[in-house]
Each structure stands twice: as C-alpha cells, then as structure tokens.
Write a protein that binds this ligand. Structure first.
Ligand code: ZN
Ligand code: FE
Length: 239
C-alpha cells in the first residue's frame, strides 16, 4: 500500500495535509486548527507521529502545539525559523530527510517567507509546498525577493510531472481569473477553469494539482526569467 495524502480543510480556505505511511503512521502538515486536525487524525486511525511545518504564519502552525501534546507527535520545521515556530523536535534544512515512509526530503523554498521549506516524498509523488506554489498561482513575496521565489519555484517545477502539488490554500479559482488575463488562449488553463468550477460547485477541493498540470497552466511557472516573474507577481498583487 503506498503512502496516501488527503487535504484537511481548516479555517476559511486553508488546507492541512494528512499523510498515512504504509506502516499506518500519520503525518499532518501545517495544521492551524487542532480540533479539525484531531478529527482527521482519529478518523484515519490515530497514530500521529509527525507535524511538519512549512513556514511560520499562524494559519499554518496555530494547531501544532496542541496536537503535539495530544498525540505525542514530533514537530519538524525549518531550523532557520526556530525562533518563530512552535518548539521543534526536528529542526530541518535543505537536503535533510525525515524517516517517514520512503523518506521525506526537505527543499528550501524561500520567497513567501525567508525560511519557507517544502517536503517531497519522491516514490509517493507527494509535494507539500505550503504557500510557495499554489494551484495556478504562487505565494506573495512577504519576506523574499523575486530572485529567491523564482529559484524556489524552479526547483519545484523540476520535480516529475506526476508529483501531486499539495498546497496550503484553496485559491485556485481566484488564481485562474488572474491567469486568464495573462494567457487567455492557453487551452490547458481553460480546461483547468472548467474543472475547478465543477469541483467547487460540488463542494470538493481543487487540489492536489500536479507539477505537470502546473507547468502547463500556471503563469508563475511559465515566466521565462526573473524580470518576467517579478512583473507577473506585481500585477497579481494589484489584481
Ligand atoms: Zn503564509
Ligand atoms: Fe497561508
């Protein structure tokens, strides 16, 4: 049985992500709501081993300490942000591997925040990318430079096409409205717009996306250089 991943809706438009390894242990990424997290963990069998944090914003970490207490789980997050994350049991940096399932590899993705990290499970084709890469969008540059974010997105875009993009928010439809102003004739983007509308009308998440789908339709991954990316990001901030 492969490692599975499912979105857990929290707050207004956040997703935490619940992973279940073949041995039954669970990991929960970016939970802002401990009660919603506990309901998902209990429904999945209750052995929460890990809480993985992508960055320090409250809408990704506010439930972590209570869940750690409740299940005896360990918290992992960027060592660079240890001063502004809940107490870390496992401080992480680029290239580290967490012993969960086949091993979760840490990718440094500065830009949205300076210490942002992503988690990649290569054999399971799972990417937990917080507020770096969104479905048809990317995070705002709150702490980083366009150069940093462009490089971070390039690292994620280089992952295999089938990699599932498990991002931190349900922003797809708003992102598509902007993307269609950039590439109105992109057929892949037009198809995503139809799919997203149908999913939301049915009350379902539009995520995870895949790296292949994002490369085909996400204007922020399609920007050819830093200047083009920076202009796009600025235009989206004003949109
Ligand atoms: Zn954030
Ligand atoms: Fe967020």
């Amino acid at each position: 049985m492969p490692t599975t991943v499912q979105p857990v809706p929290m707050l207004a438009d956040n997703y935490a992500w619940l992973l279940r390894a073949p041995d039954g242990t669970l990991a929960l990424c970016d939970p802002p709501d401990a009660e919603a997290g506990a309901r998902a963990v209990d429904a999945a069998g209750g052995r929460l081993a890990w809480i993985w944090l992508t960055h320090h914003h409250g809408d990704h970490i506010a439930g972590a300490a209570a869940l750690r207490e409740r299940y005896g789980a360990r918290i992992a997050g960027a060592s660079a942000d240890a001063h502004r994350l809940p107490p870390l049991d496992l401080p992480l940096a680029e290239g580290d591997t967490i012993a969960f399932a086949e091993g979760a590899r840490v990718i440094a993705t500065p830009g949205h925040t300076s210490g942002h990290i992503a988690y990649h499970l290569p054999e399971s084709a799972i990417l937990l990318c917080g507020d770096t890469l969104f479905s048809i969008g990317c995070g705002r540059l709150l702490e980083g430079t366009p150069e940093q974010m462009f490089a971070s997105l390039a690292k994620l875009a280089a992952l295999p096409d089938a990699t599932r993009v498990c991002c931190g928010h349900e922003y797809t439809e708003a992102n598509i409205r902007f993307a269609l102003t950039v590439e109105p004739d992109n057929a892949a983007l037009q198809a995503r717009a139809r799919d997203a509308r149908a999913e939301r009308a049915a009350g379902r998440p539009t995520v995870p996306s895949t790296i292949g789908a994002e490369r085909a339709a996400n204007p922020f991954l399609r920007a050819g250089n830093v200047a083009a990316f920076a202009a796009l990001r600025a235009a989206k901030d004003r949109f």
